[in-house]
Unconditional design. Sequence first.
Length: 204
Amino acid sequence: MTDSAPDLPVPDADLDRAASAIERGDCVVYPTETVYGLGADALDSTAVDRVFELKGRDREKPVSLAVATVTDLGAYVNLGERERAFAEAFLPGPVTLVAARRDVVPDALTGGRERVGVRVPDHAVARALVERAGTPVTATSANRSGAGSARTVDDVAASIREACVVLDAGETPGGGSTVVDVATDTIHRRGPNAESVERWLAEH
C-alpha cells in the first residue's frame, strides 16, 4: 500500500481532503508548473469571493479558472476553431487562454466581464485536484495582492495557509503564465512560451 496517488508527489489522503474542501466551498493551496495557486470552486460565487478576500484582491480584477483537460474547456468557454487549435497546441502548459465565458461562469470570477482566462495546468497534482473535485478551480497565485508569488508552501502567507488545505509538492519553477487572447491576437502578459505563442499567432 502506498500513501500517495500513483506518480504524484502528495499523499492520496491529502488530495481527497483538498477535493472535499473544494466541494464544500473552502480553499486549497496547490502546486502548478509555475507557482502555488489558490483554488476554490470557480463556479461557486461565495467560494470565489473567499479567494478574493484571502488575497486582498480588487474585485474588479478577474481570476482565471483551471480544468483538467483541453476537452473540458468547452463546458466553460465558447471556443472558435482557431482558439481550439491554440489550446490543443499549448495546453496543458503555462499559458492562460482568454475566451468568451459560458453562462455557468459567475460574474464574481470575471468582475462582470464576458471573457475569462482558462488554464490546463501542466502539473499532475493540479489536474488531479480538479478531477477529484469535479469542478473547475480558481487559478490565481497563492499570495496576498501586491506580494511576491509563492514557489514553496513556506512562501505562502500564513493567513492563507491557515485558511486552506495545503498540497505541498515541494518547490515549483516560478514565473507566471503567458496570458493570451487569441481572438484579438493580444498577449496580455508575457511568461513561459511567449515567443512560441507569438509565432503561432503570426502563422495561424
